[in-house]
Write a protein that binds this ligand. Structure first.
Ligand code: SF4
Length: 309
């Protein structure tokens, strides 16, 4: 009997579809994806897609970004409930008032936000290019950075800027326990600690490398160390382990006790193989962005892609 994976691959061929998957997706989804990457890589890939249908195995704002970059394609998200706590921490009406109260500021938004927030922004960034994007703004121009205060704080430290930060954050990256991390490090003093800049400052202070998901994968490949404690969503471990099969990767522990003792994004994990199959079969749920918002939201994304070349 044909497995679900085989059925998806067959359907993908028949419908001329591609599957783009984020590093935080379940391994079985990453296995059948045409491209697996972080937000920047996925945006760049989405722009190049020639297929008729994009199945975006990730969360809502990512599928929206793919749609903005490729408005003529049909973009499907396996589960419409796959949101993002960080994107939700920035409601457009309140953010608009915040911007209006600071009319001389340039607005830089991390890609983890809704199309409405992007439409209110001057430039979008990802964790891979945030420093470069911020440095592209002349020093005498004040900046609002949203929605992630942890990434904003980290970039402030790196660049010496005093950006005004929106008070948003990601539940997954704020769930790491410093106490448990220190205890784990004591058990593995030969390990390198690596962290995503969405993590809180006290976690970042322990890290020997801070970077985006793809930056972290490159780092473990390059580093002479053979053991790492990894502070980001645990889904990254699948691709990372593929890249360094002989190295030991340990997920950084979360505050809450859970079965795997690591941090997982509940939104990302809403997508399953079955839902990927169903959405491709029924070509639904489809992501649509109202033209009025899309016309504005694409501008800061294109600025980011230009600046990231
Ligand atoms: S890990 Fe955090 S930032 Fe990423 S999708 Fe999940 S809630 Fe959003």
């Amino acid at each position: 009997m044909e497995s679900l994976k085989e059925k998806i691959l067959q359907l993908k061929k028949e419908k001329n579809a591609v599957i783009l998957a984020h590093y935080y997706q379940q391994p079985e989804i990453q296995e059948i994806a045409d491209y697996v990457g972080d937000s920047l890589g996925l945006s760049q890939e989405a722009k190049k897609v020639n297929a008729d249908i994009i199945v975006f195995a990730g969360v809502h704002f990512m599928a929206e970004t793919a749609k903005l970059l490729n408005p003529k394609k049909k973009v499907l998200l396996p589960d419409l409930e796959a949101g993002c706590s960080l994107a939700e921490s920035c409601p457009p009406d309140i953010f608009k008032k915040f911007i209006d109260a600071h009319p001389h500021h340039i607005v830089i938004t991390y890609v983890n936000c809704s199309a409405e927030i992007k439409a209110l922004s001057h430039i979008v960034c990802t964790s891979s290019n945030a420093e470069k994007i911020v440095n592209s703004v002349p020093e005498n121009i004040p900046i609002i950075f949203a929605p992630d205060k942890n990434l904003g704080n980290y970039i402030n430290q790196k660049t010496g800027r005093k950006m005004l930060l929106w008070d948003g954050s990601c539940v997954v990256h704020e769930a790491f326990s410093l106490e448990k991390l220190i205890a784990l490090y004591k058990e593995h003093p030969d390990a390198g600690i690596i962290a995503h800049p969405e993590s809180e400052n006290h976690i970042l202070e322990t890290a020997s490398y801070i970077g985006s998901t793809s930056g972290m994968i490159d780092y473990v490949k390059r580093s002479p160390k053979t053991k790492f404690i990894v502070a980001t969503e645990a889904g990254i471990l699948y691709k990372m382990q593929e890249a360094v099969p002989d190295k030991i990767l340990i997920p950084a522990p979360a505050l809450e006790d859970n079965t795997c003792a690591c941090s997982e994004c509940a939104y990302m994990k809403l997508n399953t193989l079955r839902k990927v199959y169903d959405c491709l079969l029924h070509e639904s749920p489809e992501i649509k962005v109202p033209k009025k918002i899309a016309d504005k939201a694409i501008i800061p994304i294109q600025r980011m892609l230009e600046l990231s070349k």
